[in-house]
Design a protein around this ligand. Structure first.
Ligand code: ITT
Length: 187
């Protein structure tokens, strides 16, 4: 089975193709670098669903396809940056987040990384959503050279995602969990 993964983010493509190669040999991921207009909605689920609806209404893209929207939700900041994670990363970046968190200690540094995969079997079927979350905390400073985006400041079980191998990150990550739910559904 061949599925199209729509994203502009090459790091996501690498993680998803690694996962599919390791866990679902019968599935081939075909990457489509299509920059759909991403709506600024207040829930990551809504962003993923409406992006998939936009694409299926265009009817220009082969099915089945999926896309995903991810975001970092910092508990002490009431879920910020959440659905605005891409804009915040491009504007204030990890250094800006660390500054916002400067007076936060212990439990106050808790955060959730979330991925919502939206899968469309055909242009006529509504997107089906698969959610994956990773619970962690915001570090005091960036650590590690792997991964991408917020990985150096997001710590799970003692290490940041940027300090982990790609396999370890995929085992623990929001994206790994959401994508494995899609694989279970397809199986
Ligand atoms: P597409 O929408 O084209 O898929 P994007 O990079 O815009 O690509 P998102 O909106 O889902 O993707 O990402 C929101 C932000 O969160 C963006 O700055 C990413 O770099 C970052 N991000 C997403 N997944 C991440 C991960 O696993 N680890 C660290 N940062 C991540």
């Amino acid at each position: 089975m061949e599925i199209v993964f729509i994203t502009t983010n090459k790091n996501k493509v690498k993680e998803i193709t690694d996962l599919a190669a390791a866990e679902a040999k019968e599935i081939t991921i075909e990457h489509l670098d299509y920059d759909y207009p991403e709506l600024q909605l207040y829930e990551i689920e809504s962003v993923a669903r409406e992006s998939a609806n936009y694409i299926r209404e265009k009817r220009a893209i082969k099915t089945p396809f999926f896309l995903e929207d991810s975001g970092l939700l910092i508990h002490a900041l009431n879920g910020f940056p959440g659905p605005f994670s891409a804009f915040v990363f491009d504007t204030i970046g990890n250094e800006g987040i660390l500054k916002l968190m400067a007076d936060k200690r212990g439990e106050e540094r808790k955060a959730t990384f979330k991925t919502v995969v939206a899968f469309c079997e055909s242009a006529n079927t509504a997107p089906r959503l698969f959610v994956g979350t990773a619970e962690g905390k915001i570090t005091e400073r960036g650590r590690g050279a792997g991964g991408f985006g917020y990985d150096p400041i997001f710590e799970v079980e003692g290490k940041t995602f940027a300090e982990r191998s790609p396999e370890e990150k995929n085992r623990l990550s929001h994206r790994g969990k959401a994508f494995r739910k899609l694989l279970d559904y397809l199986a």
